[in-house]
Design a protein. Structure first.
Length: 254
């Protein structure tokens, strides 16, 4: 009886998943059609419906960004491209669209010189998404175990020597893959970056309207959130290292 109940529950879950997938594909097809015919507002509404009802997806976020870009809503486009890039930094189309949208913003970014190993780390980490890095961890660790098994049970010295070498290599790369997957997952879960969504905002020295004006930034600018403990203000940092406070209403979290 328990087996029958378990089978019935599993069948219902699979049916629900299949139905949900069909609905998602149907809405995506309608959104794609609206986009092709130049109805960008309808397409954007449908893509947002997919995200709200079926979960986040890098491709859908990119398509939504394209809709906003076509309507010259640059801040919204940048926000969507950033969200897509966060989910899949390995996608060249997402990266290209993001850089293109950034050229339309008022502020031109002048980041501080970064430590070369940090640049290399970020570049390699972005070559795959978190799912692909996770698969790499599993595959590389399985190969490590296989090589260790050959090392332990083979009687031939040459085989044991080669197994030791490959086991070491696979183990090191599995650790690196785990680090890349872990840091990417951390970036997705922490969400400590945001986009300026208002035409312009003056950054203050303190979280009050009477605070000293430090500098002004414009819509589409990416900022790092340092402190969100205040109810209506957040402390931010720019790529060039400048920090200050601005109203929470001026940003939207990536």
């Amino acid at each position: 009886m328990k087996r029958i109940m378990a089978f019935a529950v599993m069948s219902l879950c699979l049916t629900f998943q299949t139905h949900a997938r069909e609905n998602s594909d149907s809405i995506a097809a309608a959104a794609d059609s609206a986009y092709i015919h130049g109805d960008f507002m309808t397409a954007a509404s449908l893509y947002e419906d997919i995200i709200e009802n079926f979960g986040v997806n890098a491709t859908v976020y990119m398509n939504l960004g394209n809709c906003w870009y076509k309507q010259d809503e640059i801040a919204r486009a940048v926000l969507c491209y950033e969200r897509a890039y966060l989910l899949d930094p390995s996608d060249d189309d997402i990266r290209f669209n993001l850089e293109l949208a950034r050229t339309k913003t008022v502020d031109k970014v002048n980041p501080k010189n970064r430590f070369l190993p940090a640049v290399w780390f970020a570049s390699v980490r972005s070559s795959l998404d978190v799912r692909q890095w996770s698969v790499s961890v599993i595959v590389l660790f399985a190969l490590t175990v296989l090589c260790v098994g050959l090392l332990m049970f083979s009687k031939k010295y040459s085989v044991r020597k080669i197994s030791l070498g490959f086991a070491s290599i696979f183990f090191v790369f599995s650790i690196l893959s785990f680090i890349f997957a872990f840091t990417q997952m951390g970036n997705i879960s922490e969400r400590n970056a945001a986009i300026i969504m208002v035409p312009s905002v003056t950054v203050k020295s303190t979280p009050i309207e009477s605070g000293t004006d430090l500098f002004t930034i414009h819509e589409g600018r990416k900022v790092e959130i340092l402190d969100s403990g205040m109810k209506e203000w957040v402390e931010i940092r720019l790529e060039d290292g400048n920090t200050g406070w601005l109203p929470l209403s001026a940003i939207e979290i990536i």
